[in-house]
Design a protein around this ligand. Sequence first.
Ligand SMILES: NC(=O)c1ccc[n+]([C@@H]2O[C@H](COP(=O)([O-])OP(=O)(O)OC[C@H]3O[C@@H](n4cnc5c(N)ncnc54)[C@H](O)[C@@H]3O)[C@@H](O)[C@H]2O)c1
Length: 332
Amino acid sequence: MNKIKIGAIGVGGIGGHQLRVASNNPDLFEIVAVCDNNVDIAKRVADEYKVDWHTDYKELCKRGDIDAVIVALPHYLYGEVVCYALECGLHVFKEKPFAKTLSDAKMMIDSAKKSGKQIFLAGQNKFSSAFIKAKEIADSGQIGDVFLTRGAIIYRWGGAIDGVWSWRGKEELSGGVAIIDAGWHILDMVHWLRGMPCAVYATTGTMKGAPKADYDVDDKAVLILEYPDGGIASIVSCFITLPGEMRVTLHGVNGCLDVNGGNLTFMIADKVQDVNIPKQEIDPITLQMRHFAESIQSGTESPVANTKRAYEVMQIVDAGYRSAKEKIRIEI
Ligand SMILES: NC(=O)c1ccc[n+]([C@@H]2O[C@H](COP(=O)([O-])OP(=O)(O)OC[C@H]3O[C@@H](n4cnc5c(N)ncnc54)[C@H](O)[C@@H]3O)[C@@H](O)[C@H]2O)c1
């Protein structure tokens, strides 16, 4: 297999990490160029990999010597940048969330269809051994019909605590945080394990929880999801407090399944079942990058990181914000 020639757009944050992961897999990827509109960041990262640098993403996309781009940007830029990369004939590995808005997500899907190139939606929890095992058990049907689901994501993001919000603190640039950004991780996992809800009720509260409150985005959210089979879910998301949590619990008529970080508890009635979670020999972000390479090389969209799933998660996000704003239950 030929190596995938790769460029990266937005390399000052998580994009720089994704690039490092790609470069740590030289059997699959060759780094060709990087782009960041902060010239110091662009030069520093290019220097590290001894590759070309750009400050204009269009220049990078038009080079003609790359196959794919890693894109990790402020959310408002995704629609424009991803569509341009696709039009230039590039596959796209993009960070979550899918987009700032549902219409941006739709535009990217249409653009991918036209170009015949793939958009791969990063979200590393689907590559964690505990979640993979949970998915296997959930799909086996052993816990029976799931009547109640609980999801929580809690962490303390230094940027909010120190008041260094940058683009994240402005709704106009990020689209929000508690549901679309932090919340994406948990909604992605609840969707993966439980499927698509038919209605959403959400509230994001109005009291500012971070000490340096120079922001106009949601810093906490609670969502209630309703499923077509009558089941319900509650989701809590907050990125300004502790103790940290990344947890999904499915309660079924025969038993329950609880993924709490890297731990998994599986019960049938009141009996804890033996579960053998394979040791996480390779970290989830590396597995994800390797899976991206496979998807491109096989020409088959990823079953877990594809745009259909991501669009559905985006629909939940959109319904959540509409519900919180209009204070009504939104049917999807
Ligand atoms: N998977 C995860 O766990 C995870 C973690 C953090 C962030 N993210 C996601 O990654 C994305 C980026 O977040 P971040 O925290 O890395 O943000 P960041 O602000 O730290 O980094 C964004 C980078 O993009 C650059 N940039 C901004 N505008 C640009 C433009 N027009 N052209 C080129 N470069 C530009 C900035 O200079 C910066 O270096 C977001 O979608 C976020 O939700 C995912």
